[in-house]
Ligand binder design. Structure first.
Ligand SMILES: [Zn+2]
Length: 129
């Protein structure tokens, strides 16, 4: 196999993972705040139980959740697995988009579509359970 092909694929996968984790975190915020009619600008993210503002170390997508075993670092209440699941699904979808579409303008449209779809799907699932 052409080594350049492997190099560019690796760059796409790594880019997709990084952007995917960031967008996954953004998507969890949207899917929590939109149905509750909260601003998506302010306040900064906080624990849904004790309302302690989250610091940078609490906001690392996926890793923070795993490190704290799904519990708030301050009040030790359970943080829903929704955060982990949404971040993982978004990261997977974004990584696939990077690999399949590549660095093309259509990638931007795909990223918006992924954010919109995962946000709406999450709101719908949580509304009907
Ligand atoms: Zn808390």
């Amino acid at each position: 196999m052409d080594p350049d092909f492997l190099d560019i694929t690796l760059v796409k996968v790594l880019s997709g993972l990084i952007i995917g984790l960031i967008l996954g975190s953004f998507t969890t915020m949207l899917s929590y705040r939109i149905p509750r009619k909260l601003s998506i600008i302010t306040p900064p993210s906080q624990c849904p139980h004790c309302h302690t503002p989250l610091s940078k170390r609490d906001l690392i997508p996926v890793l923070s959740w795993i490190k704290e075993k799904g519990l708030c670092r301050h009040c030790h209440e359970r943080i829903g697995t929704r955060y982990l699941i949404i971040e993982l699904i978004t990261t997977l979808a974004v990584t696939l988009a990077f690999v399949v579409i590549g660095f093309e303008p259509a990638l931007i449209a795909a990223l918006f579509a992924i954010i919109g779809f995962v946000t709406l799907a999450t709101i719908n699932v949580e509304k009907h359970r």
